[in-house]
Design a protein around this ligand. Structure first.
Ligand SMILES: CC(C)(COP(=O)(O)OP(=O)(O)OC[C@H]1O[C@@H](n2cnc3c(N)ncnc32)[C@H](O)[C@@H]1OP(=O)(O)O)[C@@H](O)C(=O)NCCC(=O)NCCS
Length: 151
């Protein structure tokens, strides 16, 4: 389990390790999704935008370091990415519980339709699919689905 991991707000020094978690997580979970951004563009976005300017949370393990991330922006939950080795160990549950606690009025997020494990995960946590797109409106041009959770 991940009881030993700490969930806390990201600080600037976390950006490099957080970006590597994102990249590993995305590659493992979404091998068929074509990313329009290079690895270095992702690293820069996490370092220059997400960590300093958004409400970015990280999970940190005493031995492994940063093992997951999540961004909250009003009622929007995004960038929930766990290190592949730390999936299936209760960490996603802890991030979603934190998000619900911080945003008790409700949450919304987008998931790629192809991401069946994540969709089952959100549905287990009470999220409902409310809109399906053909991907024309996202950078990846990948069909996605909008989920909302209302308390
Ligand atoms: C989606 C995610 C945040 C869920 O957190 P979690 O702690 O792994 O949650 P769960 O243990 O409930 O697992 C969720 C699903 O992931 C899959 N999964 C769990 N552990 C896994 C592992 N070690 N390897 C591959 N898939 C795994 C399972 O399919 C599981 O759903 P299922 O039991 O209905 O099949 C996490 O799995 C993750 O980071 N995935 C990769 C990134 C991603 O897809 N993020 C969501 C973007 S919208």
């Amino acid at each position: 389990m991940t009881d030993s991991a700490v969930l806390r707000r990201a600080v600037p020094g976390d950006a490099p390790a957080t970006a590597e978690v994102w990249l590993r997580s995305f590659a493992a979970a979404l091998p068929t999704v074509v990313r329009p951004r290079s690895d270095d563009e992702v690293r820069a976005y996490i370092r220059e935008v997400l960590v300093p300017l958004r409400e970015t949370w990280v999970a940190e393990d005493a031995e492994a370091g940063i093992i997951g991330m999540m961004v909250l922006d009003g009622e929007t939950l995004s960038q929930l990415y766990l290190d592949p080795a730390w999936r299936g160990r209760g960490l996603g549950d802890r991030f979603v519980a934190l998000a619900k606690e911080r945003t008790p009025g409700g949450l919304a997020l987008w998931a790629f339709q192809v991401n069946k494990p994540a969709r089952r995960f959100y549905e287990r946590h009470g999220f409902t699919a409310v809109e399906y797109t053909d991907g024309a409106g996202n950078e990846e041009r990948e069909p996605d689905v909008r989920y909302v959770w209302r308390p």
